[in-house]
Design a protein around this ligand. Structure first.
Ligand code: PMT
Length: 399
């Protein structure tokens, strides 16, 4: 089912519902907005009708529509999200009161329910509100914790509606989680590493982290526990995912090894620098002191080490190639004992480094291969995670 019901109640943060709708639409999901009567004091229903392309529901019995719309709609949705949710709607749902469309609809819904509260800090922390939240949690309702910050009442504190990105990310996980990823730790590496010469100069590469961040998001949405080990990139940390920031190849190696025993899958999409400076300086090296040649050493090959230490983990590598991509990638896959190799041609400017798109070959040790034609890194990640899910299910490993 590709429909989400979005309940909108009377909070000053109601405007953020517009971003939530847009983010769902980017995921090809249809949004049916349900407003409480009081929410219409802030925004007219027509605003959400125009944004969502679906007539906004406010009244319980609308003569122009199906007389028991709350029942028919309940069967069509994959999630009921209420964002922003006031203390009043939380109290109503906790006590089973059904005196308008949204509260009646809640009782008819069989799909997951997610609530994103937004209110003044004292109201949020009030024992009554907390008791209502606990009651709903015990009934299986999920919550997105509100954030701390500046509140509409002029105070600082907890109670601010979580970001639309976070709310949508958690929603997608509720809809898309798959049993195969439950209780599985997936470690994803992303971005470049930097090898310092002195405090201001370093050796690195053009990796933006986009490929790895999309892979981490996709793994999270499918229900895995995800640790994202990221080199220095400009991207915001994805919601719900533990991010370990690292700088050098050695930092990345240590971070990956920390989680390796517990990991079911490791996806090494980071562009780890192959070289580091033999000697580094704590002070900025003066121009006149720079030697004409600087000696380089090899960095540790993290993936090769993971291949040697492998005990049941599924290892996925990436190969960044500029010529004979498949031949070189096959050699790396064998040497590093990988279960899946993802090959991209980084001589192209429309895919690979920095681009929002990629085109990759998937190679397996048994000789199977598959081309994922040029598409967004998000869709490439989706395909890769589908293949990983099938491999985890079938336990087809290269141990
Ligand atoms: O970050 P983006 O801008 O989105 O770009 C994505 C990408 C091009 C960086 C990504 O798709 C990609 O190709 N990542 C792997 C880059 C790379 O380092 O490839 P490689 O062929 O040099 O290495 C092969 C594998 O060994 C990789 O999985 C790499 O992470 C790993 N490796 C490499 C060197 C090293 N010292 N340790 C390693 O673990």
């Amino acid at each position: 089912m590709n429909k989400i019901a979005l309940g909108v109640t009377s909070s000053i943060s109601i405007f953020k519902a517009a971003d939530i709708i847009r983010l769902f639409q980017k995921e090809d999901l249809t949004v049916q907005v349900i407003m409480t009567d009081r929410a219409t004091n802030f925004i007219q229903p027509e605003f959400f009708t125009a944004l969502s392309g679906q007539p906004t529901i406010v009244k319980l019995f609308d003569q122009k529509k199906h007389p028991i719309e709350h029942i028919t709609l309940a069967a069509e949705i994959s999630l009921l999200l209420i964002a922003p949710a006031t203390a009043n709607i939380i109290a109503k749902l906790a006590s089973g009161l059904a005196d308008d469309f949204l509260s009646t609809f809640y009782l008819a819904v069989k799909s997951p329910v997610l609530i994103a509260p937004a209110m003044n800090e004292a109201m949020f922390l009030h024992p009554q509100t907390q008791a209502n939240i606990k009651k709903l949690r015990d009934l299986g309702v999920a919550f997105v914790e509100p954030e701390s910050g500046y509140l509409a009442c002029g105070q600082q504190g907890s109670g601010r509606l979580a970001s639309p990105e976070k709310i949508v990310q958690i929603s997608l996980r509720l809809i898309r989680q798959q049993p195969v990823f439950k209780d599985k730790l997936i470690v994803v590496t992303a971005g470049p590493t930097r090898e310092a010469l002195d405090p201001i100069r370093f050796l690195s590469n053009r990796s933006s982290g986009k490929m790895g961040y999309e892979l981490a998001r996709e793994a999270y949405e499918r229900g895995a526990e995800v640790v994202l080990i990221s080199g220095p990139v400009e991207l915001p940390p994805p919601a719900g995912i533990k991010v370990e920031k690292v700088i050098s190849a050695e930092d990345m190696r240590q971070a990956v090894l920390k989680y390796y025993d517990r990991a079911s899958v490791v996806i090494m999409s980071a562009a780890v620098s192959d070289f580091k400076f033999s000697q580094t300086s704590q002070e900025k090296i003066k121009k006149e002191d720079l030697p004409s040649a600087i000696k380089l050493d090899r960095t540790p090959d993290i993936l090769e080490e993971l291949g040697r230490l492998k005990r049941g983990q599924l290892l996925v590598g990436f190969a960044a190639e500029t010529s004979e991509p498949k031949v070189r990638a096959q050699e790396k896959m064998k040497r590093k004992k990988l279960d899946l190799m993802v090959v991209n041609d980084v001589s192209r400017h429309d895919i690979g480094f920095e681009s929002d798109d990629n085109e990759v070959y998937l190679l397996w040790p048994d000789g199977r291969e598959r081309l994922i034609g040029k598409t967004s890194k998000k869709k490439v990640s989706r395909e890769i995670l589908t293949e990983i899910g099938a491999m985890v299910n079938g336990r087809k490993g290269n141990n």
